[in-house]
Ligand binder design. Structure first.
Ligand code: HEC
Ligand code: HEC
Ligand code: HEC
Ligand code: HEC
Ligand code: HEC
Ligand code: HEC
Ligand code: HEC
Ligand code: HEC
Ligand code: HEC
Length: 334
């Protein structure tokens, strides 16, 4: 009796756990009209722009941020005509006059003597901590329009945008001077949210992403594409044959329409079977074909009894070939 209660409790917990963990990746707040997000990132209308120099001259607590920023591609953007910065702190944080009101070098010095850190009134700046993802991304998209940053063309329709993932989830603007996602860091970044994909790449047969030879972005564009699963190429076949060109064809003898979709037989990330196969040979083949026996005497196929061995030992050119088989048909044997 006690035992069964325990089991019930276990099931109950398991249920809640799975339910919650699915929720966290999938939940999406209703998407509002764009003007609502525009309002959230306008900043205080009664504040003025004061320029980065005035933001930072008095108070040195942001020195590291400033140095990193100046060394970054964004910070290095100066107008050719005026020599003025094109991107500065207020481009993203909103007008800063209210935030620095009353902060003078004297006050900073006084605070320092008292062992205090002078803080600006950051609550008058754009409130990043409470912005919905769409508004956060909009700050970046003001400048990184589809024209300026070509691969953001499909951002709004992409799965990340729709699922409340913002630019800042992947690009930590103040982490250091390099704003791009470094290839070597990419895996950890993706896995913070995509645990199930991590499990796939840990299976015995897998694309060598953990070995840092293949990257998620070889196949996917994280900014979204018009293709299924944000693949970089129009079709799965094109995605694969960028690297496995020898499988591209066209061959005189093709494996029917199978050759158009590599994932009929292969898992793209990882598999328990050799060669990333979705199902082991011969069972893979037996999903669509009957087994058979060969007799060297007649070179005819016999239907009585069959080899259930590795079909590909004989049908070694399973992806297609230009050479006919012994009977003159295309059975991928050579
Ligand atoms: C390209 C947009 C952008 C620019 C330019 C920018 N910031 Fe930020 N800042 C952000 C975002 C987004 C956050 C929220 C946290 C994050 O994603 O790193 C942030 C957070 C901060 C924080 C909060 C502390 C922290 O590290 O999380 C401070 C302080 C700050 N920025 C200061 C500055 C200063 C000073 C400048 C100018 C030198 C500046 N920012 C320029 C986008 C920007
Ligand atoms: C005021 C305009 C402006 C805003 C706002 C802005 N950027 Fe930029 N960003 C630029 C410019 C200009 C460059 C340098 C030219 C380029 O690479 O397109 C740049 C470069 C970058 C790069 C590096 C590109 C490279 O090849 O090294 C990244 C990444 C980036 N921005 C991300 C962001 C993110 C994330 C945000 C929002 C938090 C943001 N930007 C907001 C203007 C802006
Ligand atoms: C899911 C993670 C992710 C999100 C969300 C994301 N990026 Fe990126 N971004 C990347 C990665 C990874 C790269 C490196 C691209 C590569 O290696 O192919 C990149 C590259 C870039 C670059 C470099 C220039 C280029 O064309 O390659 C810019 C600029 C940029 N992103 C801006 C943005 C902006 C703006 C947003 C929000 C609208 C955003 N990104 C959202 C992961 C992300
Ligand atoms: C060799 C190419 C390739 C690489 C590398 C790759 N993917 Fe995929 N991924 C695919 C293909 C193809 C699909 C579509 C599968 C389908 O539709 O059956 C896919 C599907 C997905 C999906 C959709 C969910 C699913 O399982 O169908 C996610 C999420 C994903 N990949 C994330 C990642 C992440 C994260 C990485 C890096 C750790 C990565 N992928 C690396 C090819 C790749
Ligand atoms: C902040 C969390 C987060 C991060 C970081 C993140 N993703 Fe995603 N990703 C999501 C969510 C949420 C979805 C939509 C739900 C799903 O399909 O699982 C998604 C969907 C996807 C899809 C499926 C797209 C489609 O059209 O079906 C791919 C592919 C993908 N992500 C790749 C990546 C790659 C590659 C990285 C690392 C550069 C990455 N993601 C980083 C949260 C994230
Ligand atoms: C960025 C290049 C790249 C792309 C794109 C790519 N592959 Fe690969 N593939 C590799 C590399 C590298 C290996 C490992 C080769 C090795 O270990 O000798 C590999 C190995 C394989 C293997 C053998 C795995 C094993 O266990 O030996 C298969 C099957 C495969 N890929 C199928 C695919 C399919 C299907 C796609 C499309 C969804 C694809 N590949 C896309 C680079 C790529
Ligand atoms: C009808 C099923 C099927 C389809 C469709 C298929 N493959 Fe394969 N593939 C196999 C089998 C079976 C093996 C293992 C061959 C062996 O055991 O000798 C294999 C092995 C591979 C290998 C590793 C060994 C080698 O020959 O290099 C790669 C890479 C590969 N396939 C890529 C692809 C690509 C790319 C596509 C899509 C254009 C594709 N496959 C479509 C069944 C298929
Ligand atoms: C998804 C279904 C599917 C799978 C899985 C599949 N095939 Fe096929 N195969 C086909 C179709 C459809 C044809 C074309 C049928 C035809 O022309 O009679 C074909 C054709 C062939 C032919 C040539 C037939 C002829 O008449 O010349 C051979 C040989 C063959 N397949 C072997 C294999 C082997 C070996 C495997 C396993 C590695 C396999 N197939 C996996 C669907 C499949
Ligand atoms: C000992 C070698 C050998 C093995 C193992 C083998 N085959 Fe064959 N297969 C042949 C030969 C030889 C032909 C006739 C080729 C020709 O037309 O000249 C053939 C023809 C075929 C054909 C086309 C004729 C038809 O039946 O319509 C299919 C489909 C086929 N095999 C599927 C399979 C499958 C599935 C397996 C694994 C269960 C398999 N073969 C294992 C040698 C073999």
């Amino acid at each position: 009796m006690v035992q069964s209660k325990k089991i019930l409790l276990l099931f109950y917990l398991l249920f809640i756990f799975t339910f919650l963990s699915c929720e966290s990746l999938k939940t999406s707040k209703p998407i509002m009209p764009i003007k609502e997000y525009e309002k959230m990132i306008a900043g205080r209308l009664d504040a003025d722009y004061v320029g980065t120099a005035r933001c930072l001259s008095a108070c040195h607590s942001h020195d590291k941020i400033k140095q990193d920023f100046e060394a970054s591609t964004m910070g290095a953007q100066l107008s050719k005509k005026s020599g003025m910065p094109i991107v500065d702190c207020e481009s993203c944080h909103g007008p800063g006059s209210l935030a620095i009101e009353g902060i003078t070098p004297e006050k900073v010095e006084q605070d320092r003597k008292e062992g205090k850190q002078t803080a600006c009134r950051y609550e008058t700046l754009i409130d990043y901590k409470n912005l919905p993802a769409q508004a956060l991304s909009l700050i970046c998209l003001k400048c990184h329009t589809a024209n300026a940053t070509f691969n953001l063309h499909n951002w709004n329709a992409g799965m990340h945008a729709i699922n409340d993932v913002s630019c800042s989830d992947c690009h930590r603007v103040h982490e250091g001077p390099d704003l791009r996602v470094k290839p070597r860091k990419m895996l950890d970044l993706c896995y913070t949210c995509h645990q199930e994909i991590k499990a796939e790449f840990s299976l015995p047969s897998h694309h060598p992403t953990h070995e840092k030879k293949v990257f998620c972005t070889d196949c996917h564009d994280t900014h979204g594409t018009l293709n299924d699963k944000s693949l970089k190429e129009d079709s799965i076949k094109e995605t694969c044959t960028r690297c496995h060109a020898e499988k591209e064809g066209p061959f005189i003898y093709e494996h029917a329409e199978n050759s158009e979709n590599c994932t009929t037989c292969h898992s793209p990330h990882g598999s328990v079977n050799n060669n990333l196969l979705t199902v082991q040979v011969p069972f893979l083949c037996l999903q669509c074909h009957a087994g058979h026996r060969t007799s060297t005497a007649s070179s005819q196929l016999e239907r009585k009894g069959a080899f259930y061995t590795r079909c590909t030992d004989c049908h070694s050119q399973i992806h297609g070939t230009d050479i006919p088989s012994a009977s003159g048909s295309g059975a991928f044997t050579q």
